[in-house]
Design a protein around this ligand. Structure first.
Ligand SMILES: Nc1nc2c(c(=O)[nH]1)N[C@H]1C(S)=C(S)[C@@H](COP(=O)(O)OP(=O)(O)OC[C@H]3O[C@@H](n4cnc5c(=O)[nH]c(N)nc54)[C@H](O)[C@@H]3O)O[C@H]1N2
Ligand SMILES: Nc1nc2c(c(=O)[nH]1)N[C@H]1C(S)=C(S)[C@@H](COP(=O)(O)OP(=O)(O)OC[C@H]3O[C@@H](n4cnc5c(=O)[nH]c(N)nc54)[C@H](O)[C@@H]3O)O[C@H]1N2
Ligand SMILES: [Mo]
Length: 775
C-alpha cells in the first residue's frame, strides 16, 4: 500500500557517541534511498545536485565555492532530494479514499509521506473530500474570488523560501498589479530580524561575507545554529578553519554534536580511518535569549582593554580609524556599555564575566573575524537588538572586508532570493518606482501584512482569500489552534504545493490544491526545458535545471501556475503572462530591468557557479540615511520572559526553545530519529536537565503535558510528551517544532521583526496520567 509508513518504533533514547556527518550519515542516506522505492533515480539526482547543469539542492541556503567541481552533497540534502523525487502519488484515487476529516487524524509525517500531489484538486464541502478540477476552472475560481473582493487588501499571498527567483518575481508582479503588498513569507518567521537590524546598522539586510572569506578568517563565531543538522555543508569550512589553526567559538545552550566533533563525508581518508577531526572550539552556553548580554559582556572587556592600551601607548583593540571614517553612534553605544553592569550581563547571559573574557580574547586576538548566526538569535523578542549588538562588535573592530564580516546563515534554499526579487510586505520605494516605470501601473504604496498581521487580520475577519506559494502555513505559524481557526475562516484558501500537508486540510469555505513541479523535476515549456535561478546565503545567483521526469503531466511549474492565475484575474495586463512563461529568459529580462544587480542577467548566468550580486558594504558603502554605518544602542531587555506575563502572577517552571531534529525539514518530517541527540522512534519529547527534573518532581521518561504561560491567560497546551534527561542548561527546556507550535502565542513576537518567539516560551509541566514508556 502506498500509504503505509515504515513501522513505528517505540521511543528510545540512546546517547550518540560518534562524530557528525561520517559513515553513520552515509548509511542514513542510503536507507532513505531505499525507502523512497527508487534508489537509482535518486542516486542520479544526487550526483546532479549543486553541479553546473544540475539542480540547486532544495535543502538549505548554504553556498558553494564557485570553482569547486566536486560532487557536493550532504546527508540532509540527500533526504530533501529523495523526499521530492518519490514515486508515491497523491491523486484523485487517494482523495476519494480519505475524507479531509480522516486525513486530519494523521500526523504530519504520515501526510507528507503519501507522496507528490499529481493533479489539481478542489474541496467539496458536501462530501468532505477533495475532487479533481481542471486547471482553467481552478484559475477561474481564484479570479472570481479575487475580483469579487471589496479591496485587494482582503487577500494575502504567502511565499515559502523554495520558490525560484522567476516564480517569486512573477508572483510579486501579479500581486502588486492586483493591488496589495500583503506578502507574508517564511522569512517573517526566520531571519527577518537579521534584515531589519542590518539595514539600520550597515544599510543592507544581507550578509557581508562570501564563501571564500571562510578560508581567510582567523576566528569564526557561531551563534545559535546547529549546522551538523541544518547546514551540514558548512561543517567543511568550519573544519578547514580549525585545521588552519583558526579559532571557532560557539554560543549555544545545547552541546550540538556537529559543532563538537564531525567527519566530512566528502573526505574518503577520514571516512576510512573513522577519525573525528579534533575541533578547536570554545563552547559557550548562554541562557535562552541571553546572547545580547553575552555580546555586551565581550564588548565590555574589549572596551576595557582598548582604554588600557590607549592609556599605555599599546596597540588599540578597536579600529579607531574605521570607526572615525565609517560609523556614527560610537559614543552613545559605549556609554550604554559602561552603564550596563556586570551583574546584569551575568544574570541575563547565564555566563560569568570570566568566561566571557575568554570569548572576548578570541575576538581580540584574531585579525579577521566572521560572525555567523541563525534561529537561536533571530527567534526572540529582542532579536533585532541582538543582531545590532553583534554588528556593533564587528563595527568597533572594523571587521568588514576579506575574511571578516557578518553572516546570517539563511534557511530555505532561496529565501534570500525571494526577498531580492520583491517578496516584501514593506517594499522599498525604489522597487515600486522601478515597477511603475517599467510596467506602467501604479503599485500599492502602503505596507502590507506579514505573517503575524495576516493572522491577526484573519482573526478579525479582514482576510477573505489566502493563497500560498509553497510552504505549510498552518503548521509553520505559531498558536496552532488559533491559526487553524483563522485559516478556516477564509472564503478561499489556495495551496500551490509539491506534497500533501496539513495546510491542505485546514480549508477555507472553498479550497484548492494546485500541484507544482519541484527543484528536481524537468520543467518543459514551449521553448524547451527551463532552468530557474536561486540566490544563496552569499548572494551568489545560479541556475538550477531539474533532471527527473515529473510524475504526472498534470503538474505545472510555479511560474506557469502564477501566470494562469494572473491572466484569469487581470487579463494580459500589465504583461502577457503566459508568453513570459514560454521561456524564462523573458522573466529574467524583466528582473534585469527592475531589480538592481541583475545587469546582463541571462548572459552572466552562463558562468559555472553563477555570479555574485555584490554587497555595497564590501566597497565600504553604507546605504543608510546618514551614509555611515550606525552603532545602534539598546538597553538590555529588562526581563527575558515577558514582563506582563510575570506581572499577571504566572510562575514558569522553565523556558522552552523549539528546534529541529535531524530527520526533518521544517514541517516536513523525514523520519523519527534525531541521531545526534540520541532520540529514536518518536518526536514528542522534552529535553530537561536532571536538576530541573528533580526540582520539579519528575523523572526521566515521565509523560507530561506542556502548558505555556502568556499574559492573555488563555490555555495553550500540548499533551503526551515524554521528559528526557538531557544536558540542557538549568532552567531551560527544548522540544521539536512544529509539534510545540500550539504553545507559541500569536502575540509573542520580536520587536520590529514580528518573528514569533519560537526560542523562548515560558512553560509549566503537568504530570499526565499516561504511563511512562521509554527504552
Ligand atoms: N536538515 C534541515 N536543514 C534545514 C532545515 C531543516 O529543518 N532541516 N531548516 C532550514 C531553515 S528554514 C532554517 S531557518 C535553518 C535553521 O537552522 P538552525 O538555526 O540551526 O535551526 P534550529 O533547529 O532552530 O536550531 C537552533 C539552534 O540554536 C540554538 N539556540 C536556541 N536558542 C538559543 C539562544 O537563545 N541562544 C543561542 N546562542 N542559541 C540558541 C539551539 O540549541 C539550536 O542549536 O536550517 C535550514 N536547513
Ligand atoms: N516553533 C517554531 N516554528 C517555526 C520555526 C521554529 O524554529 N520553531 N521555524 C520557522 C522557520 S525558520 C521557517 S523558514 C518556517 C518554515 O515555513 P514553511 O516554509 O511554510 O514550511 P515548510 O515546512 O518548509 O514547507 C513544507 C511544504 O512546502 C511544500 N513544498 C516543498 N517544496 C516545494 C516547492 O518546490 N514548491 C512549492 N510550491 N511547494 C513546495 C510542500 O508541500 C511541503 O509540505 O517555519 C517557522 N516556524
Ligand atoms: Mo527558516
Amino acid at each position: 500500500m502506498s500509504d503505509t509508513l515504515p513501522p513505528a518504533d517505540r521511543l528510545r533514547f540512546k546517547p550518540y557517541k560518534g562524530p557528525a556527518a561520517g559513515w553513520g550519515a552515509l548509511r542514513a542516506v542510503t536507507d532513505h534511498w531505499f525507502e523512497s522505492k527508487q534508489p537509482f533515480k535518486n542516486l542520479y539526482a544526487m550526483v546532479k545536485t549543486n553541479q553546473s547543469n544540475g539542480f540547486d539542492c532544495p535543502g538549505c541556503a548554504w553556498g558553494e565555492s564557485p570553482e569547486s567541481g566536486m560532487i557536493k552533497f550532504c546527508e540532509n540534502g540527500a533526504k530533501a532530494v529523495n523526499w521530492e523525487a518519490t514515486s508515491r502519488r497523491v491523486d484523485a484515487a487517494f482523495f476519494e479514499k480519505y475524507s479531509v476529516t480522516e486525513l486530519l487524524q494523521q500526523d504530519d509525517y504520515w501526510l507528507e509521506f503519501q507522496g507528490r500531489i499529481t493533479e489539481p484538486m478542489v474541496y467539496d464541502r458536501r462530501t468532505d473530500h477533495y475532487k479533481p478540477m481542471g486547471w482553467e476552472d481552478a484559475f477561474a475560481l481564484i479570479a472570481r474570488h479575487l475580483n469579487g473582493l471589496e479591496s485587494p487588501n482582503q487577500a494575502s499571498f504567502y511565499t515559502s523560501g523554495r520558490a525560484s527567483n522567476e516564480a517569486a518575481y512573477l508572483y510579486q508582479l501579479f500581486v502588486r498589479a492586483f493591488g496589495t503588498n500583503n506578502f507574508p513569507d517564511c522569512s517573517n518567521m526566520c531571519h527577518e530580524a537579521s534584515g531589519v537590524a542590518l539595514i539600520e546598522s550597515i544599510g543592507t539586510g544581507k550578509g557581508t561575507v562570501t564563501f571564500a572569506d571562510f578560508d581567510k578568517a582567523d576566528a569564526l563565531f557561531l551563534f545559535g545554529q546547529n549546522p551538523g543538522t541544518n547546514h551540514p555543508r558548512m561543517l567543511e569550512p568550519i573544519r578547514d578553519a580549525v585545521k588552519r589553526g583558526a579559532q571557532v567559538a560557539v554560543f549555544n545552550p545545547l552541546k550540538e554534536r556537529g559543532l563538537e566533533r564531525f567527519q566530512a563525508p566528502q573526505d574518503p581518508l577520514e571516512m576510512l580511518t573513522q577519525t573525528s577531526s579534533p575541533l578547536n572550539t570554545a563552547y559557550f552556553r548562554p541562557a535562552l535569549g541571553g546572547d545580547m548580554a553575552a555580546v555586551r559582556g565581550m564588548v565590555k572587556w574589549l572596551l576595557q582593554w582598548d582604554r588600557e592600551a590607549l592609556a599605555s601607548g599599546g596597540e588599540a583593540v578597536f579600529d579607531h580609524d574605521f570607526i572615525a571614517q565609517h560609523t556614527d553612534g560610537m559614543e552613545q553605544y559605549l556609554a550604554m556599555v559602561d552603564a550596563t553592569s556586570w551583574e546584569q550581563i551575568e544574570a541575563q547571559s547565564g555566563i560569568s564575566r570570566d568566561i566571557l573574557e575568554q570569548a572576548a580574547r578570541i575576538h581580540r586576538d584574531s585579525k579577521r573575524v566572521i560572525i555567523c548566526w541563525a534561529m537561536g538569535i533571530t527567534q526572540h523578542k529582542h532579536s533585532v537588538a541582538t543582531v545590532q549588538e553583534i554588528a556593533n562588535l564587528q563595527l568597533l573592530r572594523g571587521q568588514f572586508g576579506e575574511g571578516a564580516g557578518l553572516c546570517p546563515v539563511r534557511g530555505h534554499s532561496n529565501v534570500q532570493g525571494d526577498r531580492t526579487v520583491g517578496i516584501a510586505d514593506e517594499p522599498p520605494a525604489a522597487l515600486l518606482d522601478a515597477l511603475e516605470k517599467r510596467f506602467g501601473f501604479t503599485p500599492p504604496r502602503e505596507p502590507g501584512y506579514n505573517v503575524i498581521t495576516t493572522l491577526q487580520a484573519m482573526v478579525a475577519g479582514k482576510i477573505k482569500v489566502f493563497l500560498a506559494l509553497g510552504g505549510n502555513f498552518a503548521q509553520a505559524t505559531p498558536d496552532t489552534a488559533r491559526t487553524h481557526e483563522a485559516l478556516g475562516s477564509c472564503e478561499l484558501t489556495v495551496q500551490i504545493s509539491t506534497k500533501l500537508n496539513r495546510s491542505h486540510l485546514i480549508c477555507g469555505n472553498e479550497a484548492l490544491i494546485l500541484p507544482c513541479l519541484g527543484r528536481t523535476d524537468i520543467d518543459e515549456q514551449a521553448d524547451g526545458p527551463q532552468g530557474v535561478t536561486v540566490e544563496d546565503s552569499f548572494s551568489m545567483v545560479h541556475l538550477s535545471h531539474g533532471q527527473l521526469r515529473p510524475l504526472s503531466k498534470q503538474m505545472r511549474s510555479e511560474p506557469e501556475i502564477i501566470a494562469g492565475i494572473a491572466e484569469a484575474t487581470l487579463g494580459k495586463t500589465p504583461v502577457d503572462w503566459r508568453a513570459l512563461v514560454e521561456n524564462y529568459d523573458r522573466i529574467r529580462d524583466l528582473i534585469q530591468d527592475t531589480i538592481p544587480g541583475f545587469d546582463d542577467f541571462n548572459a552572466r548566468l552562463k558562468a559555472p557557479g553563477g555570479f555574485y550580486l555584490g554587497n555595497p558594504v564590501r566597497d565600504r558603502q553604507w546605504q543608510t540615511e546618514s551614509g555611515r554605518a550606525q552603532l545602534v544602542s539598546h538597553a538590555l531587555p529588562a526581563t527575558l520572559v515577558d514582563a506582563e506575563t510575570l506581572a499577571s502572577g504566572a510562575k514558569p517552571d522553565l523556558v522552552l526553545q523549539t528546534l529541529r531534529s535531524h530527520d526533518q525539514y521544517n514541517t516536513t518530517i523525514y523520519g523519527l530519529h534525531d541521531r545526534y541527540r540520541g532520540v529514536h522512534g518518536g518526536r514528542k519529547v522534552v529535553f530537561v536537565n536532571r536538576a530541573d527534573l528533580e526540582r520539579l518532581g519528575f523523572q526521566h521518561g515521565d509523560k507530561v503535558d506542556v502548558v505555556s504561560l502568556w499574559r492573555d491567560g488563555e490555555e495553550r497546551r500540548v499533551s503526551d510528551f515524554t521528559l528526557l534527561e538531557y544536558d540542557v542548561p538549568a532552567g531551560q527546556a527544548a522540544a521539536y517544532y512544529p509539534e510545540t507550535n500550539p504553545l507559541v502565542p500569536m502575540d509573542s513576537y520580536g520587536d520590529g521583526s514580528f518573528t514569533p518567539t519560537s526560542k523562548l516560551i515560558a512553560i509549566r509541566l503537568e504530570k499526565s496520567s499516561a504511563p511512562a514508556r521509554i527504552a
